[in-house]
Design a protein around this ligand. Structure first.
Ligand code: DHB
Length: 327
């Protein structure tokens, strides 16, 4: 009888929610049933979008970067699919922190909800985090040090001293899981300098990378830029960003003293996910592919990753995480 019950549960039953999967992972202390989830900014601003992400086969739901007040964002067109990726100059359109806190308090999916915070000043970031610290239902916060689209506001992550000052202020009061999202770096010394600062703080994770800031895409027929805001300058995502993303994941994986890395940038296939993990990512976010393909990308990417893992004889993410070999 017991055998029959077991056979039934193994063959006919839908997967119990907590059954281990080949692509489960953890970001430090945070367990995820699936190593894939959405990048902040991609289809994650409204309640409907967040509900859809909560139902998708992902390990977490990450909300759009929030400011204290609702922001309409920049004039449209402010996002474009382009041949090998995307360009955006959204300008932080979001519903304001109250909306995301209310959403978190009511969130009941079997996966964590992460909030993203992008205050335009140090004081605004502190206010946002003080509000989140008191709130229920927030699995972790991704502090955005890398929004490239606010005229007059440089990306904090390109200023090492400013980043240190901000994190000192934050960790003076914030004691819940908090990670940072970095811009891409292109110089070995900049990796070293930023890693030295990050290692001074109890970060739950570091996400590499945000979009490559201030690219320009041209609409040749109209002889204009493809985007309206900022003279057409916008953050570049997708395949254009993949080699830079992998370099940032791998460099920070080596330089950070055990702070988990979340990879982001250029994930179009399960092989891309595998490469991020091989470079050291504990989990992998999907931005441009989610914009282009919709939620179906997660089923496809998960299947492609698992089929590559089977081919290579890997049973779990930990079998190849960070195991990039030297030639
Ligand atoms: C926006 C873009 C980003 O790359 C980011 O990290 C945060 C916000 C935006 O323009 O809305």
């Amino acid at each position: 009888m017991r055998f029959v019950a077991l056979a039934f549960s193994l063959t006919l039953c839908p997967k119990p929610l907590m059954r281990p999967t080949a692509i489960e992972t953890e970001i430090g202390q945070i367990p995820l049933q699936n190593c894939l989830y959405n990048a902040s900014g991609a289809r994650c601003t409204t309640g409907e979008e967040l509900d859809s992400l909560a139902r998708a086969p992902t390990g977490a739901v990450l909300a759009k970067s929030a400011t204290i007040a609702y922001r309409k964002g920049n004039p449209k067109p402010r996002y474009r699919d382009i041949p090998f990726g995307s360009i955006n100059a959204m300008g932080l359109p979001n519903l304001g922190i109250d909306f995301y806190l209310d959403y978190a308090a009511a969130f009941s999916a079997e996966k964590p909800l992460f909030l993203s915070v992008a205050g335009l000043t140090t004081a605004e970031n502190h206010t946002l985090l003080k509000r989140i610290q008191k709130a229920a239902g927030v699995g972790a916060v991704e502090l955005n040090l890398s929004c490239p689209n606010i005229p007059g506001k440089p990306q904090t992550g390109y200023d090492v001293a400013q980043t240190e000052h901000l994190l000192q202020g934050v960790f003076a009061f914030y004691d819940k899981p908090l990670g940072v999202k970095l811009p891409p770096y292109f110089d070995r010394v900049h990796f070293d300098q930023m890693a030295a600062v990050l290692n001074r703080f109890p970060l739950a994770f570091v996400t590499c990378i945000n979009s490559m800031g201030n690219g320009l895409h041209i609409d040749v027929e109209r002889e204009t830029a493809s985007l309206k805001p900022k003279g057409g300058f916008g953050g570049i995502g997708g395949l254009y960003a993949k080699p830079t993303a992998l370099a940032n994941v791998n460099r920070f994986y080596k330089l950070l003293d055990g702070i988990p890395i979340v990879g982001c940038g250029g994930v179009q296939t399960g092989t891309d996910v595998f490469e991020h993990i091989l470079c050291g990512a504990s989990a992998v976010q999907v931005g441009t592919s989610l914009m282009k393909e919709g939620l179906a990308c997660f089923t496809r990417l998960g299947e492609e990753l698992q089929s590559l893992m089977r081919e290579k004889g890997y049973v779990r993410v930990a079998d190849f995480k960070g195991k990039l070999k030297s030639l």
